[in-house]
Design a protein around this ligand. Structure first.
Ligand SMILES: NC(=O)c1ccc[n+]([C@@H]2O[C@H](COP(=O)([O-])OP(=O)(O)OC[C@H]3O[C@@H](n4cnc5c(N)ncnc54)[C@H](O)[C@@H]3O)[C@@H](O)[C@H]2O)c1
Length: 337
């Protein structure tokens, strides 16, 4: 089978991991080009992995005729322009979430995807590729939990990462767009419905710096869905114990909980603190399998000439809902969709 030749842009926290996975762990793909505006980081990584094609300018990279596809892990506000440029250059595209930081940006990506039905576009909502979430969703679809009453999603970054979060706050789009998008996507995917009303609250409980961006360090939203299900989302940056992503779906016949204790593994430690389990410390650790599985799916879609389940419209809808959560948080008003 011909290997899909990939150029990866953005070698930051997640982009480095995607690039490393493509270089060494995805059988159907070959990493042939790297792009980052930070030349030192770029050369260090390209030298270490023996990648000959290296670019500080993304527009240069996508003119490389050897490429079949790009993987975009650049800052969120660059995604949709880079998606459109790559599709127009005839390349398949995998882009990190969020699709865009506002609706206007998302429309740029939608139009580009519609111009190129022959190409594969996939968005990185990796939780859908986590085995536990996929298993839980199958149970919901089989009717095993009855009608969904409540979806509850918590996404908390560890306090130990707070400096990075503050530095990133100016161009992240805010807590709802940057972080809660994962839970918004999961809620839509699991509840199979769209919100009709949104209320949002929160504040700066430990780090006033987020206030400068009309954001909070911990925020929450409550939604009523078209099918009457309730959705409660909580996104925070100050978890003292580690990276905490937990989800609960309460149905009329059963309740599903995913990672209600965010344990690192099955080991229990019995020592002078008592009995405890260690916690995942970041998204790379918790979703290691999911990041691999989603890129594998992207490559398989290209090989099999089929489209991924996650569409560009899921990206737009999720950004729209996250944007309305942000508006509800800023105005303290109930939003009717
Ligand atoms: N799916 C997930 O779980 C998840 C987790 C983290 C981040 N993300 C997303 O991934 C994206 C990147 O996040 P990150 O945390 O890795 O960011 P980061 O700040 O760590 O890295 C961004 C990288 O992009 C480079 N860059 C910036 N502008 C560029 C340009 N014009 N051309 C080329 N390179 C450029 C920077 O030098 C840096 O190396 C964001 O959109 C974020 O929302 C997703």
């Amino acid at each position: 089978m011909k290997k899909i030749k990939i150029g990866a842009v953005g070698l930051g926290r997640l982009g480095y991991q995607h690039a490393e996975n493509i270089a060494f762990k995805i059988p159907g793909a070959e990493l042939v080009a790297l792009c980052d505006k930070d030349e030192v980081k770029l050369n260090k990584t390209a030298d270490a992995w023996g990648i000959p094609n290296r670019y500080t300018d993304y527009e240069d990279m996508i003119t490389n005729q050897a490429l079949d596809a790009v993987v975009i892990s650049s800052p969120s506000s660059l995604h949709t322009t880079q998606i459109a440029q790559a599709l127009d250059a005839g390349l398949h595209v995998f882009s990190e979430k969020p699709l865009g930081t506002n609706l206007e940006e998302c429309k740029i990506a939608e139009e580009a995807v519609e111009r190129h039905p022959e190409l594969v576009f996939m968005l990185g909502f990796m939780r859908r590729y986590d085995p536990s979430y996929a298993y839980a969703r199958e149970k919901i679809r089989n009717g095993d939990i009855g009608n969904v009453v409540l979806f509850r999603g918590y996404s908390q970054d560890p306090e130990s990462c707070i400096e990075g979060a503050i530095a990133y706050a100016g161009h992240s789009g805010g807590q709802f767009i940057d972080m809660a998008v994962h839970d918004i996507d999961l809620a839509r995917w699991m509840v199979d419905s769209e919100p009709i009303t949104i209320h949002a609250i929160g504040g700066c409980y430990a780090h006033q710096e987020f206030g400068a961006f009309k954001d909070g360090d911990n925020v929450a939203a409550l939604m009523q869905m078209e099918n009457d299900a309730m959705v409660f989302l909580f996104a925070g940056r100050t978890a003292p114990h580690g990276y905490n992503v937990e989800t609960e779906i309460i149905g009329t016949k059963a309740t599903l909980r995913i990672a209600s204790v965010p344990q690192k593994n099955m080991v229990e430690i019995l020592d002078h603190h008592g009995v405890r389990q260690e916690c995942s410390q970041d998204f790379l650790e918790r979703f290691e399998q999911a990041y691999l599985a989603e890129i594998n799916e992207f490559i398989k879609c290209i090989h099999d000439h089929r489209k991924p389940e996650v569409t560009v419209y899921d990206g737009t809808k999720t950004t729209e809902i996250a944007y309305q959560c942000k508006k509800a948080f800023e105005t303290n008003e109930l939003i009717r969709m």
